[in-house]
Design a binder for this molecule. Structure first.
Ligand SMILES: [Zn+2]
Length: 368
């Protein structure tokens, strides 16, 4: 690290991914090298593989006080045409809250998710769910959209195109996704949502300001999308003014993942810290992961935000949403849920339930 951090208080990262439970030590090492104190594990479910949420429950059980869990929903029943039975989305939300999940993670609203299940969030399928989450006051970390250049074959970055993140005329347009969100928030103004990756509005801060003003209970997270840092670096003054004006609506996040080596993990967290805290002009370091693109892509202008703004972004806003400490896990309840996830994966993919991550986690949780 060749810069001086100015913030030395507690740092909570709202947006981290946990892979297989074999990566437990790797994630602890990342906490260590980055100096991040607590993490929100955002954990969508892969119903066919029986992965995602179970490993995050495992980390919560094993390391109390360090990991918040934002749990994804299972759409296995819908996707299997009724072959696999799952509780309704509303019942799932209640169960997740009951066993000690701190919130919900949604990916419904990323165009790739829409390719798998083309059901808009305004559909009756989601109606009871939204009402329940609003009633429970459960926070949601929600990925809606993607960088607008992903819809433009001329402008999409190569690493994104290689992952099939380039969208065409058959895909849902970004503006339709936004208007569906507006409709949901119009019906449920109490929903407490953190929109991931700054809701992909970093190129249009006036629009981001309007959105936040229209929906007082939502926040934006800072997980790169490196385009966010480049977009906002075009006008450093406007960006830092936005951050100071909306200091209580912005939540720190990195998109770190347990499969990362310490050096790229530090690089990823480091560019966000350096951008927020210092007035440095700098590039993405060479040892950054490929999702951040090469150093040649551009210069990031740090905003040197004041201490009280940093305190809200790094810590206070997240605590307001999800609590000062992660909720304790109901281990038995979590094991039952993991059993169900494992059984669904076996039905959908014919890999034995006990060999899925969900099955392994259920066994580990019962062993204590
Ligand atoms: Zn993410």
């Amino acid at each position: 690290m060749d810069y001086q951090r100015t913030w030395s208080g507690i740092t909570i990262d709202s947006h981290v991914h946990m892979g297989p439970i074999d990566q437990e030590d790797a994630l602890l090492r990342i906490l260590d090298v980055t100096g991040i104190d607590r993490m929100g594990l955002v954990s969508i479910q892969n119903a066919r593989q029986g992965t995602g949420l179970p490993q995050s429950l495992y980390m919560k059980a094993r390391h109390p006080g360090r990991f918040y869990v934002f749990a994804g929903l299972s759409h296995a029943e819908r996707l299997s045409g009724g072959e696999v039975k799952t509780p309704s989305l509303s019942e799932q939300a209640r169960e997740l809250a009951r066993i000690g999940c701190d919130g919900i993670k949604m990916i419904e609203g990323k165009p790739t998710a829409r390719q798998i299940m083309d059901v808009p969030v305004t559909d009756p399928y989601f109606a009871d769910y939204w009402a329940t989450v609003e009633e429970l006051g459960l926070p949601i970390v929600w990925h809606v959209g993607d960088p607008e250049e992903f819809w433009d074959p001329e402008r999409i970055p190569a690493w994104a195109r290689d992952r099939n993140w380039g969208y065409g005329p058959d895909d849902v347009p970004l503006e339709r996704l936004y208007s569906e969100v507006d409709e949901v928030l119009g019906r449920h103004p109490g929903l407490r949502i953190v929109f991931a990756h700054f809701y992909f509005l970093s190129a249009d801060l006036p629009r981001a300001a309007k959105f936040l003003a229209a929906h007082p209970s939502v926040c934006l997270d800072l997980a790169p999308g490196v385009e966010m840092l480049y977009n906002m670096s075009r006008d450093r003054e406007a960006a830092s003014e936005f951050f100071i004006d909306h200091a209580d609506r912005i939540v720190f996040g990195t998109d770190l993942s347990s499969d990362m080596e310490p050096a790229p993990a530090l690089a990823r967290a480091g560019i966000v810290h350096r951008w927020l805290e210092t007035g440095d002009d700098f590039r993405v370091p060479p040892d950054a992961d490929f999702l951040l693109g090469p150093p040649e892509d551009g210069i990031i202008h740090g905003m040197s935000l004041p201490e009280d703004t940093l305190a809200r972004i790094y810590r206070d806003n997240f605590i307001k949403l999800a609590g000062r400490d992660p909720a304790p896990l109901d281990v038995d309840g979590a094991a039952v849920l993991c059993d169900r996830i494992a059984a669904a994966a076996e039905a959908l993919s014919s890999s034995p339930a006990a060999e899925t991550e969900a099955g392994r986690v259920a066994a580990e949780l019962r062993r204590g």
